[in-house]
Design a protein around this ligand. Structure first.
Ligand SMILES: Cc1ncc(COP(=O)(O)O)c(C=O)c1O
Length: 388
């Protein structure tokens, strides 16, 4: 007998992610893709050589479930140097195939039926579905419009006996806002007498500007003792397609995390792990990222000077928000599609990062691009600004 039924969906509110939709539309209309967050320049040839080297040397079978020991050791050293924090490579660091799977496994480890999870919006689109797949209920708190800071009072008001997890993300996608040490201390205080766990999405830890320091949860021992930290090598080393990441958490949290993760992926790519272990020695590579990306941010912004776009501040990540209030009254999702078709430029409408689709007439542009790409994007945007 042929199967004819549809599967009843577990995620009634989800369609295809906006990143896939916009990238497909950009391809269809041969538009410049400033939408999805990926660099259009090459990753380090040395890193590629190292991966080749380990493949040729026969490092092609399953890695140990928690990751190659040398890579975990090197990460432990790095976190110790950068954030004065101690993570045991044996029991507190797990290498995973990308930040997204790290987020999903951490959420699965913590959230049970009817647990509430505070998600700060606008939010990366994988958090809420992961909570819902585990029977939890996302509770949304919006960043303050304008400067996109967290209203910790509002967070406090949403905490109750069901609250199990709070998800934070700094530097923040899509706004480019960054949490300060004062923010972290407020969060620490909020949860001190609770059993709430923190999930800290720090995939843009090295992309931070204007001399600001990344306030990793790892710097705050009381917070760190109840936190998962998710990192992504793809963001740091310009190779998002390799899908490599890691999760740091104290032993008691890591134990539960690994129980679940072992049945999701079991292990991450072996030769890439050996290559990354060697490549982490090149500290100047990740330490140079703030200057590298700040130049791109500043260049892109300078190219848009004098247009009718509102350039929002960007303290970190490789995303620039542009407000188009003076240019169009169309909803952002419509406008993003129209501009792909008519002006050949793709962006991400920010309303999709809100559960209630709040539309503040904002579009997100990725500036992890060659200067020539930024120039081409600015030219298209200037034409839009002049014509409208
Ligand atoms: C905020 C945020 N978290 C997590 C991820 C996922 O990282 P990865 O590509 O390593 O899965 C992304 C990627 O865009 C992101 O923007």
């Amino acid at each position: 007998m042929q199967f004819q039924g549809n599967l009843p969906t577990k995620l009634p509110l989800a369609g295809t992610t906006i990143f896939t939709v916009m990238s497909a539309l950009a391809r269809e209309h041969q538009a410049l893709n400033m939408a999805q967050g990926f660099p259009d320049f090459a990753c380090s040839p040395k890193l590629i050589e190292l991966v080749n080297h380990y493949m040729k040397q026969g490092f092609n079978q399953y890695a140990p479930m928690p990751g190659v020991p040398l890579l975990r050791q090197k990460l432990s050293d790095k976190v110790s140097t950068m954030y004065s924090a101690s993570y045991n490579p044996e029991s507190e660091i797990t290498i995973v195939p990308g930040g997204t799977i790290g987020l999903y496994a951490a959420i699965s480890a913590v959230v049970r039926e009817n647990d509430e999870v505070i998600i700060i919006e606008p939010a990366y689109d994988s958090y809420a579905p992961a909570v819902e797949m585990n029977g939890g209920k996302p509770v949304f708190v919006k960043l303050k419009p304008g400067d996109f800071s967290v209203d910790w009072n509002e967070v406090k008001n949403r905490i109750n006996f069901r609250t199990r997890l709070i998800i934070i993300n700094s530097p923040h996608n899509p706004t480019g806002a960054v949490l300060s040490a004062a923010d972290m201390l407020k969060l620490e205080k909020l949860v001190e007498d609770t059993d709430i766990v923190i999930l800290s999405d720090e995939v843009y830890e090295h992309i931070i500007f204007d001399g600001l320091e990344h306030q990793s949860v790892a710097r705050f021992p009381k917070l760190a003792s109840r936190s998962f930290i998710v990192g992504s090598f793809g963001k740091t080393y310009h190779n998002t397609g390799w899908k490599m990441g890691y999760v740091l958490a104290p032993e008691n949290l890591t134990m539960e995390f690994r129980k679940i993760y072992q049945y999701m992926a079991f292990a991450a790519n072996t030769p890439i792990q050996y290559a990354l272990a060697d490549y982490l020695d090149e500290q100047e590579d990740y330490l140079g990222l703030p200057v590298f990306y700040q130049q791109k941010r500043d260049y892109f912004r300078s190219l848009l000077k004098g247009t009718r776009f509102k350039l929002y501040p960007c303290q970190g990540t490789y995303f620039q928000l542009l407000g188009y209030e003076k240019i169009s009254t169309e909803p952002d999702t419509e406008l993003a599609r129209t501009w792909i078709r008519e002006h050949k430029i793709a962006s991400i409408p920010v309303s999709v990062f809100y559960r209630d689709k709040s539309d503040h007439h904002l579009l997100r542009f990725c500036f992890a691009k060659e200067d020539a790409t930024l120039e081409q994007a600015a030219k298209l945007l200037r034409t839009i600004s002049d014509q409208s």
